[in-house]
Design a protein around this ligand. Sequence first.
Ligand SMILES: C[S@@+](CC[C@H](N)C(=O)[O-])C[C@H]1O[C@@H](n2cnc3c(N)ncnc32)[C@H](O)[C@@H]1O
Length: 280
Amino acid sequence: MAEASRHDAWQAGDSYEAYMGRWSRQVAPQFLNWLAAPANLDWLEVGCGTGALSAAIVAQCRPRSLIAIDPSEGFIAKAKAKAKAKAKAKAKANVSDKCAEFRVGDAQSLALEDASQDMVVSALVLNFIPDKQKALAEMKRVARPGAIVGFYVWDYPGGGIEFMRAFWNAATALDPKALDLTEGRRFPFCTGDQLTAMAEEAGMASVECRMIEVATVFADFEDYWRPFTLGTRPAPGYCTSLDPGAQQRLKVRLQDTLPRQADGSIHLKARAWAIKALVP
Ligand SMILES: C[S@@+](CC[C@H](N)C(=O)[O-])C[C@H]1O[C@@H](n2cnc3c(N)ncnc32)[C@H](O)[C@@H]1O
């Protein structure tokens, strides 16, 4: 595994939820509002993780079907368990619910027929896929003519995920070598213009791009810091690779530099770039 990507471990669903899933869950409804899909469509979600976007699709879009794939067995298990619990609660309340079908799979070779889906979407995934153009070509292949392909990724080059930027600012001040691990360096193509160009290069039409911003509010410093100590994903992976002394120095630096409200809470923002395109 390349040096910069060695902390991209995707297995522990609970750790991911605490670190990133909770914020992706906030972007998802805004993204789906923007896609404005009618009910009763066949949906595919690529790289569903613990099911942040899948849950929003089921809740908001009344799909006819939803297949959600991810290569991580741990994340798929977590997404399945969450969807099952939700469907059970709804059944108790006598409300019918369509459960997503979660499968282990890879965006670069989707085990689906050509032209079989009406909506093909993905959240916070594209930058982690080794062959991004292959993944976009696959998303287009399985979409019916006239289908929508949509995805979002964080605005890494613009430093738009403020909680992550604060972490790396502190980490690189103490350990300049960590600069190569920062998402801004690793994913420079996560800009509106470049994502638009990538979708066009994949043969998609009427490509539109917009920014989605959400508030990331941490109840206190521990709420901010703890997810970094759980290890799932690049920055937490780096944090847990540090020896206890280095990790403590990083924690203290963040404690000293993060802006706090009077009640101790930390109010930051996170920006994502979203793309929507038509399959000709
Ligand atoms: C930041 S998480 C996003 C998860 C979820 N979509 C969300 O919004 O919370 C990135 C996801 O990309 C998945 N991923 C990495 N490589 C992939 C690939 N080749 N094909 C599909 N998904 C992939 C990871 O397993 C992980 O679940």
